[in-house]
Design a protein. Structure first.
Length: 549
């Protein structure tokens, strides 16, 4: 690959690398992630620098990974060990959204020709006709990001006099799901720091950015990343034959009402001036009936994607408990009123039925069962062993179901808890001297680039979506973390997150992203003039500023 790259301009290097990476499928959770890591390592091995310094290029196996995925590391030694980490993920989402064009999803030239004739959306057609956009799965998210980092690596290898500090490249797996690649990489980052090979002063991710509204031409730079939790609700009701349905406590009503009150509720968004924040979104809702009968459902489950910017998991859980309590109180009142109306309509005597629905956190339920002499920990271990082949979220619900079955009274209740993954929110702390200097260095670099290129940049605090940079720093207190871990069932087994390592590393994560449209859509495309020409220079200028903090 190097023999092709060495004759090209920086812009053409980045495009050629992007096209080469797009051509190799690397859908999340498939063998393609393994072969993509091999491809990346082979590209880097072709660089003379790594032929002369083979120890500076290595792979890291992700422990206990079912398909043997790896991370790829590459070091460029500079005049000091002050190191800037360049990182990007190489997995992509799959291509079912391409429909009949699925077999062309990795062919940018075919897609450009197709979209030049596309009548479905004028903007896509105009972009294709301009020749300034590169289409294809992963073009934007984020094979172009890997390509830009590689092109900059080549630049520094050709200009070693500019290496005032060092560069560490990290290309990792599994960003689109459990972030196993970045979580595994933390151990390697800690090892490098302890050996004093690299003092990592900042990380630069280049996950994609897009216009935030029609006509928006700004290039957004983010000094942190949003966090995320998955608040879950497991509603256990009281079943009944449909001939006596009014005696039931219907869990599907509860989860439906939770969905109505939480899903896309903009009033639950954090209010942070100048930031693009998002409301919670429902990712899953289902009852637990597996075949037809005339019994009302016994239980129902739901969970939400919940972004965190300044809030903590403790804040979110308290809010979810409050909403669930309000839902259940309203439902209790509705049940009483409906039963009274039904009784009066048929002139029946009063019935002594309880409509009380308990709302508890997972930790409260576990402590209650322990106080009654139950053994919830043993039950969860057994249930996990029996359901080892299930998807993680399904396992978590099975664990809570096992705890509910310990209650011989079959108390109607809603259990509120979290499921993996948890992503910490990572933001630049400008209240300390280092954070202030880092932001000042970033602003100065962007001012110079803006004056030279005419690009308009805007610095914001939180990359509004999900990014691996979340795992490089931790701002939650020990109390916040304890609140979280107590309310994720068997977190140490299902989602062992190295909290202490993240806190120790404490690496500021800046997102200076590739620019394009429609990430995760079949019209995904990256804007070549900025991404392949301007962006590499932006990253280099910011890197130089970070070396000199």
């Amino acid at each position: 690959m190097y023999s092709q790259l060495r004759k090209l301009t920086l812009q053409d290097q980045a495009e050629l690398l992007t096209r080469s990476l797009i051509a190799h499928k690397s859908y999340n959770g498939t063998e393609g992630e393994v072969t993509k890591s091999i491809q990346i390592k082979n590209i880097l091995k072709s660089f003379p620098y790594y032929q002369q310094n083979p120890d500076f290029l290595w792979e890291q196996n992700i422990d206990h990974d079912p398909i043997g995925r790896k991370n790829i590391f590459a070091f460029i030694k500079g005049k000091s060990n002050r190191t800037v980490l360049y990182h990007a993920h190489f997995d992509t989402v799959s291509t079912e959204d391409f429909g009949s064009l699925q077999d062309k999803a990795h062919d940018p030239d075919y897609l450009e020709r197709f979209f030049c004739q596309y009548e479905g959306e004028e903007k896509v057609r105009l972009d294709a006709e301009s020749g300034k956009w590169l289409f294809g799965r992963g073009a934007l998210d984020m094979q172009s990001g890997i390509a830009v980092h590689m092109a900059n690596a080549l630049y520094y290898m050709d200009h070693p006099d500019e290496l005032e500090g060092s560069i560490l490249l990290l290309f990792n797996a599994d960003e689109e799901s459990q972030h196993a690649g970045m979580i595994a990489a933390l151990e390697e980052l800690e090892r490098l720091e302890e050996k004093d090979d690299a003092h990592i002063v900042a990380a630069i991710n280049n996950d994609f950015i897009s216009p935030l509204f029609e006509g928006d031409c700004k290039r957004y730079i983010y000094t942190g990343a949003a966090g995320k939790v998955l608040p879950c609700f497991y509603a256990f009701g009281r079943e009944a034959h449909v001939g006596d349905g009014l005696t039931a406590i219907d869990p599907t009503y509860i989860t439906s009402e939770l969905n109505r009150r939480i899903n896309q509720n903009i009033f639950l968004m954090e209010k942070i001036s100048g930031e693009f924040v998002l409301p919670p979104s429902c990712l899953y809702q289902k009852d637990d009936k597996y075949h037809y009968n005339v019994q009302t459902p016994v239980s129902s489950r739901i969970y939400f994607n919940y972004f965190m910017y300044e809030r903590t998991a403790k804040d979110v859980l308290n809010e979810m408990v409050h909403i669930a309590s309000a839902v259940c109180e309203d439902y209790e009142q509705l049940l009483m009123e409906r039963n009274e109306q039904f009784r009066m309509l048929h002139h029946y005597p009063k019935r002594n039925l309880s409509w009380k629905i308990e709302v508890v956190t997972l930790y409260q339920l576990i402590e209650k069962l322990k106080s009654e002499g139950r053994e919830p920990d043993k039950v969860m271990e057994r249930v996990l062993a029996e359901n080892a082949d299930l998807e993680t979220r399904e396992q978590v619900f099975k664990l809570v179901e096992g705890l509910q079955q310990l209650d011989t009274d079959k108390t109607p209740r809603v259990v509120v808890f979290f499921a993996p993954p948890f992503l910490p929110h990572n933001y630049l702390n400008v209240e300390n001297q280092y954070g202030t200097k880092t932001k000042a260095a970033l602003e100065s670099s962007l001012d110079e680039i803006s004056a030279a290129t005419g690009e308009e940049f805007e610095i914001r605090r939180f990359f509004p979506y999900l990014a691996d940079g979340s795992f490089l720093s931790l701002h939650e207190t020990d109390e916040d973390i304890e609140y979280l871990t107590k309310n994720i069932p068997l977190m140490d087994k299902l989602y062992p997150l190295p909290i202490d390592r993240i806190r120790k590393l404490n690496i500021p994560s800046i997102n200076i992203g590739v620019y394009g449209q429609d990430g995760h859509k079949w019209t995904e495309r990256v804007y070549k003039p900025y991404t392949f020409n301007v962006l590499p220079k932006v990253i280099r200028e910011v890197t130089k500023a970070f070396w000199n903090i």
